[in-house]
Design a protein around this ligand. Sequence first.
Ligand code: UDP
Length: 328
Amino acid sequence: MILVTGGAGYIGSHAVLGLRESGQDVVVFDDLVEGHAESVAGVPLVQGSLADRDLIEKTLRDYPVEAVMHFAARCYVGESVTNPAKYYQDNAVGMFQLLEAMRTVGVNKFVFSSTCAVYGTPDQVPITEKCERRPISPYGTTKRFCEEMLEDYCRAYDFAVVALRYFNASGSDPQGRLGEWHNPETHLIPRILRCELSGQTERLQVFGNDYPTPDGTCVRDYIHVTDLAEAHRLALGVMKAGEFQFFNLGTGKGCSVIEVIEAARKVTGAEVPYDVVGRRAGDPPELVAAVDKARDVLGFEASYKDIEETVRHAWNWLKNHPDGYPKA
Ligand code: UDP
């Protein structure tokens, strides 16, 4: 059985779906602050905080857990700058509590949700795993710190760890069973689509068009959340006791903000009016993954590389759930 922390969140719930479809038993641990119980209906769910080490230990004993997938974390770059304490507490201290509970109970297999934010502003693109980690936000700093903690646990306590550095998680289940719902929503694709749903009472802002990129807007690597789920499943197959392994997860293809807007126009059939405003603090011009290591070692390759298809999946869920998941 796999314990999935943050399993009721956007990426976690897609991973839970993928695991169950491959025949794995799963138990979810989630505080439901940002997660949605409905996204894991029918799956055992323990509602609790990572600050509660006793409850984590009890969960690890109550269920026959062999490995942990750890998604539970705060993930807003901007918020991490204004409220770093929340990130040090929930991401760094939270994971420490989880690792200590695992060590007490004797579970040592761990898949970690890391991020391309650990690289900061890279010297070169595409970004390989050899690129130095120089995060430029407290969010990225806490994730790098978690990676370092995990490396130490591998060396000292024989943990088996795979850290997956996601680029821009996007899209939703192609069959429309799950979606992305954050409040407030800050991510580009759902922002565009929610402006569309609001009849443009909310209007899209494009953060800067004076970057050194072909059309002046930021370039990102949008990786489908269903592909991320598959990579987590593959991670279980490559982990080895005493080894800390890490992989970038992306498509290898960059898309500018304007290209995403154009994809959304094609998907929804409506123009996407927008205002160009100033740059957002902490946004590097271009983040695109080198995908070779994930392909060669993990056996992972993104199956959704067409941004229009990814946006279509996001739109299919959102237009059927204009108010998101029901409140618990
Ligand atoms: N972006 C934008 N307007 C928005 C939200 C995002 O122009 O309302 C841009 C943002 O500056 C970045 C890209 O879209 O270049 C992707 O941002 P997002 O917040 O989705 O992901 P991030 O790259 O921060 O992980």
